[in-house]
Design a protein around this ligand. Structure first.
Ligand SMILES: C[S@@+](CC[C@H](N)C(=O)[O-])C[C@H]1O[C@@H](n2cnc3c(N)ncnc32)[C@H](O)[C@@H]1O
Length: 274
């Protein structure tokens, strides 16, 4: 069943309204594939009726957001970022910490692999430096992705690639789950991460709080005005001298933001110097 032009445009407008994601007509097939099973499950016979249901607000908006977001992630995604965290950021932070707590926000965390990778990195550091304290907050707009993140349960390519790239960390922090090929993040590590729903179009989850914000592979879905809006709130959430990390494909050099480039992937707050 094909999404007619006018209904497609309504769907695209609803996606933008609720998530900030900018889609165009090329997403017709993708949207059809994602919405059709839901439409049928609700007993609706046309996309137009489904659009009316979402436009009316209420609980269907949550299901809609779950369907139109792309929640893929990976453990230790983009190795250069993890090298920078380990060899530069964490040492520099500890040298200036005065006994405080390192507060990290994994924003648009999807299914949680990044948050748990951060937790492993910090747990390893804490073994060497028992005074080191940290807290990791992970958020996403998609409730289903967050539910998976909270469960800490991984299988398939996500687990396989992690195990192949980091066998020692995998063996230490992942326990076999109930199903074949399923692994679960150890309870002690899960306790280091809090998860919450958060929309980057809205206000910052906390003010002046985070030393490090990982905001990777989500700005690419937004137009420039939405990127600017989201980044202004990210800045509000950060402590002075904090660092922002973006995804591999992302650059913010063309837009007006409260950040300045430090090195590939890494940004500091504008005006704070090196
Ligand atoms: C491709 S995943 C990136 C996951 C992770 N940051 C990484 O790099 O591996 C993009 C995530 O952004 C989330 N997202 C999209 N729009 C959002 C918004 N307005 N607020 C918060 N999260 C959003 C999606 O739900 C999805 O989980």
């Amino acid at each position: 069943m094909e999404l007619a032009d006018d209904t497609l445009h309504s769907v695209i407008a609803l996606v933008r309204q609720h998530t900030g994601i900018a889609m165009n007509e090329h997403k017709r097939v993708l949207l059809q594939g994602r919405l059709l099973p839901r439409m049928r499950a609700l007993g609706l016979t046309s996309y137009r009726d489904y659009v009316a249901r979402v436009a009316a607000g209420g609980p269907e908006v949550e299901a809609f957001v779950n369907m139109v977001t792309t929640n893929d992630s990976a453990f230790f995604r983009t190795p250069a970022v993890w090298r920078w965290l380990e060899s530069s950021f964490l040492d520099a932070w500890r040298n200036n910490a005065d006994g405080g707590v390192l507060r990290i926000w994994s924003a648009a965390a999807a299914t949680g692999e990044e948050a748990y990778s951060l937790a492993m990195l910090c747990a390893e550091l804490r073994e060497r430096h028992p005074n080191f304290r940290y807290a990791i907050h992970a958020t996403d707009i998609a409730s289903e992705a967050l539910a998976q993140a909270r469960s800490g349960s991984y299988g398939g390519r996500s687990a396989e690639r992690f195990q192949a790239a980091h066998p020692a960390l995998f063996a230490k922090y992942m326990a076999p789950g109930a199903a074949a090929g399923e692994y679960v993040v150890t309870p002690a590590l899960r306790e280091c991460v809090t998860f919450a729903e958060h929309n980057l179009l809205g206000p910052a989850p906390m003010r002046g709080h985070f030393d490090l914000v990982m905001l990777r592979n989500v700005l690419i879905y937004f137009d420039e005005a939405t990127q600017e809006r989201a980044l202004r709130q990210v800045r509000v959430a950060m402590r002075s001298r904090g660092r922002l990390v973006l995804g591999e494909q992302e650059t913010i050099s063309r837009i007006a933001t409260p950040f300045e480039f430090e090195q590939h992937h890494v940004y500091r707050i504008a005006g704070e110097g090196a």
